[in-house]
Design a protein around this ligand. Structure first.
Ligand SMILES: Cc1cc2nc3c(=O)[nH]c(=O)nc-3n(C[C@H](O)[C@H](O)[C@H](O)COP(=O)(O)OP(=O)(O)OC[C@H]3O[C@@H](n4cnc5c(N)ncnc54)[C@H](O)[C@@H]3O)c2cc1C
Ligand SMILES: O=C(O)CCC(=O)C(=O)O
Length: 322
């Protein structure tokens, strides 16, 4: 979508072996709460988050909000002991960030410190469908196809943009990319309207428009997409200890996703070369646990790299004509 906006003369085709609702992005809670990428400078991560927040905030204030599944949500991040960084880098981007009051902390007798703020949440399947609809309105073609090798695309396309998430492990042999398995429950509990996140990032309660997401797990290196019944019970118990009213939750659905994790998101231009033929590629994958939080920012950066590839192609074709 960003490419169609940045380079309106481009003809864009999306190829994917799976579309919504069968992607990792469909499993995500969709909370805008950044995760740190250790090898990416903080100012760049902050810019990605700011751009994403601004983009989704505008949608949340428009008549599109409900169809796009975007809404504001207020709540608490709680800690058993104060975190090293009391002011995270994103504290001036979310709304109304402040320490929790003693009265608020009384709800959580096991926790001694907390942060209250308002952020945005995407209900992921509706948001993905909304994006698809907007893409199709630009004339973009979408085909179901598994790509085994980027070179198979060079006859059909001038530039390839690689947004394959964990699929890049096999597709481009990226050994820095690894799965972090996450199991979550989606439940019916419409009385829960405030989010609660344990500062260790393991237990969270995220109310969406229709369902509440209860999490979670972070299992580094696990490729299993099968739900585990013991883990389901453990997640439910952990969430009930933070919000006892969840004992009344109904219609529990279990989902598993593999976070495409890396020390840094790979937003990068590369020119592949084989037997004198060149194939410009723009990579945009490796968003780990924070893909929703930074998606618009990284996509805008990737679209600028596509523009650079177009300029390079135009320059080389005019040199060839001379
Ligand atoms: C349990 C859980 C909770 C999460 N919660 C949040 C949250 O609250 N907030 C947040 O910011 N992030 C969250 N995340 C992280 C977020 O889900 C990911 O960062 C994000 O979904 C990654 O998006 P992606 O488009 O890169 O990957 P994907 O959604 O996996 O999309 C990749 C696409 O590429 C396709 N593909 C792959 N390989 C090929 C190939 N060879 N040929 C053709 N197509 C291919 C796939 O079919 C898929 O359609 C969560 C993740 C999990 C697992
Ligand atoms: O970390 C969070 O609180 C949001 C959920 C998430 O990003 C995850 O489970 O990966």
């Amino acid at each position: 979508l960003c490419i169609t906006e940045t380079c309106p003369s481009c003809s864009v085709t999306v190829l994917s072996d799976q579309f919504s609702p069968n992607t990792t992005s469909d499993v995500a809670a969709g909370m805008l709460i950044p995760h740190i990428y250790p090898d990416t400078p903080i100012h760049r991560q902050k810019q990605w988050f700011q751009e994403t927040f601004t983009y989704l905030f505008a949608i949340s204030n428009s008549a599109e909000a409900s169809e796009a599944g975007i809404h504001l949500v207020s709540g608490w991040q709680i800690f058993k002991s104060p975190p090293k960084e009391e002011l995270p880098f994103w504290s001036d981007i979310v709304l109304g960030f402040r320490p929790m009051s003693e009265a608020e902390l009384q709800k959580f007798p096991q926790h001694r410190f907390g942060q209250a703020f308002t952020t945005l949440k995407c209900d992921c399947p509706p948001y993905l469908l909304w994006l698809e609809k907007r893409l199709k309105a630009t004339g973009t073609q979408m085909y179901t196809r598994k790509v085994a090798d980027l070179w198979e695309l060079h006859r059909e396309y001038d530039i390839v943009v690689n947004c394959t998430g964990l699929g890049a492990h096999q597709l481009v042999g990226d050994k820095q990319l690894f799965p972090v398995r996450g199991q979550v429950l989606k439940v019916h509990a419409p009385w829960v309207t405030q989010f609660i996140r344990d500062g260790d990032g393991l237990t969270y309660i995220y109310p969406g428009i229709h369902r509440v997401t209860l999490g979670g797990t972070r299992e580094k290196g696990s490729w299993s997409l099968s739900p585990d019944a013991g883990t389901t019970r453990d997640i439910f118990d952990r969430c009930c200890s933070l919000e006892p009213s969840l004992q009344g939750a109904q219609d529990i659905e279990v989902k598993v996703g593999l976070r495409p994790s890396r020390q840094s998101v790979r937003v990068q231009r590369e020119v592949l070369s084989q037997g004198g033929i060149k194939l410009p590629v723009v990579h945009n994958y490796g968003h780990g646990a924070g893909g929703f939080s930074v998606h618009r920012g990284t996509a805008k950066e990737a679209a600028v790299l596509v523009e650079e590839c177009i300029s390079a192609l135009q320059a080389s074709s005019s040199r060839a004509k001379l």
